[in-house]
Ligand binder design. Structure first.
Ligand SMILES: [Zn+2]
Ligand SMILES: [Zn+2]
Length: 435
């Protein structure tokens, strides 16, 4: 009683020869759509759960080379669980689906750089497998992909207005003289100490009829299973040479500086896996101080502004002409401003391309009083208290009228969960490009 086969490829909407990236991309897109946590409608929840189970199962099988091979060969009957190990029970968190990065990648990404990377975790976050031992056949971790991170300085103006940014990324390229083998004859030699296994079996005689076997890493080849055959003079046996990758990054207007870009297999060459590392490009804002700004909660800009007592008590208009987005703003405050009072303006912080949906952080303004430097005579005090902001030279037409909002009265301006954890964690949008 053969029933129609479940078509995992159809479920994910991909071709039969789709590679891991295409599978992941398709899966993530569908996971975003069908994750039960995202479905509010109770009627649809059941359907979503089914769908989600299905796509997760498809992803689990297709992303595992062995399971995929078996599936391609034998297929799967409907109703039958994948007998080669299905997805874990329950629904994985979306953050799991999107790797260990906390954030969900914006679907938009960078112009001309579409696609999702990360098959194996994130730089500096483990999951890369490293060049560990392989107990099997000496085929040492050919699959493993390494990655490296590169930080690019970005200016506030570039964030708000966009730009094309030329960057040069130094990396260790494959040595052309030895094609990355470190050998004179361009060939790797199987390590004779461990027969290419990377590990050695130590046999110890414990008694007349008793031996113990112990594994230890092979020192001769540093667990690689191979050694260079005569030292390449081009690289001195290092297998690599320093090189630079030149790239132009297209920074769009209102760019989310937490975006991570990835250049696939263009970085440091690993002579073991014979692959180049993925380069993850992240951004660091370089000129906050030039604007007297500080950054909090990843996207909120904080400005300290000193005012005269007169202004604080007489209805002050703050003319702000130094916003990095080049607009000028006038904030009229019809109330007494207390010292160290904090006000904020929505949407005048940094762009946040969360989930492909552009938002902005806040501009937080902290008002501080201007105090006299020394004790004053009563005459000096009279004069001091009379000092106030002179707005005569200001062309008020150039200013956009903005309002401050009281943080306590504003409910929808809670800090976002996604950004609230440790700032050291790599997170944010990732878009990817082939080199
Ligand atoms: Zn060895
Ligand atoms: Zn060489």
């Amino acid at each position: 009683m053969s029933q129609p086969k479940k078509d995992y490829y159809e479920i994910l909407g991909i071709d039969r020869d789709a590679d891991d990236d295409q599978i992941t991309k398709a899966y993530r897109k569908l996971a975003m759509k069908w994750h039960p946590d995202r479905i509010k409608d109770a009627d649809k929840k059941k359907e979503a759960e089914e769908k989600f189970k299905e796509i997760t199962e498809a992803n689990t099988v297709l992303m595992d080379p062995e399971k995929r091979r078996k599936y391609d060969q034998f297929g799967l009957l409907d109703g039958e669980g994948p007998d080669f190990g299905g997805p874990p029970p329950g629904f994985p968190d979306l953050s799991e689906i999107f790797g260990q990065m906390g954030g969900m990648p914006g679907m938009g990404g960078m112009p001309g750089m579409g696609g999702f990377p990360f098959m194996g975790g994130f730089p500096g976050m483990g999951g890369m497998g490293g060049m560990g031992m392989n107990m099997g056949n000496g085929n040492v971790n050919k699959q493993s992909r390494t990655s490296q991170e590169y930080k690019v300085k970005i200016k506030l103006e570039e964030i708000f207005n966009g730009c094309d940014k030329q960057i040069e990324i130094p990396f260790e390229d494959v040595c052309g003289d030895c094609v990355g083998t470190g050998s004179k004859n361009k060939k790797k030699k199987v390590c004779s100490d461990c027969n290419g296994r990377g590990i050695r079996m130590m046999v110890r005689q414990l008694g007349p009829n008793m031996i113990s076997q112990q594994q230890s890493p092979c020192q001769a080849c540093e667990q690689k299973g191979w050694v260079s055959d005569g030292t390449c003079t081009g690289c001195g046996g290092k297998c690599t040479k320093s090189n630079k990758l030149t790239k132009t990054l297209h920074i769009k207007k209102n760019f989310d500086y937490q975006t991570k870009m990835c250049v696939r297999e263009a970085g440091n060459y690993d002579s073991n896996s014979e692959r180049k590392a993925d380069i993850y490009i992240s951004f660091k804002i370089s000129d906050l101080e030039d604007y007297g700004l500080k950054l909090v909660n990843d996207y909120d800009l904080v400005l300290e502004h000193e005012i005269n007592i007169w202004d604080a008590f007489s209805g002050y208009t703050f003319y702000y002409s130094n916003h990095p987005n080049k607009n000028k703003y006038a904030f009229k405050i019809n109330e007494i401003i207390k010292s160290d009072e904090v006000k904020f303006a929505k949407k005048l912080g940094l762009p946040n391309d969360d989930d492909g949906d552009l938002k902005f952080g806040k501009l937080v303004i902290k008002f501080t009083y201007k105090y006299p430097k020394t004790v004053l005579t009563s005459e000096q005090l009279k004069n001091f208290l009379k000092e106030h902001n002179d707005t005569k030279g200001i062309n008020k037409d150039e200013y956009i009228k903005e309002k401050f909002i009281n943080p306590e009265n504003d409910v929808d301006e809670k800090p976002r969960g996604r950004r609230s954890h440790s700032p050291d964690e790599s997170e944010g949008n990732v878009s990817c490009a082939q080199s």
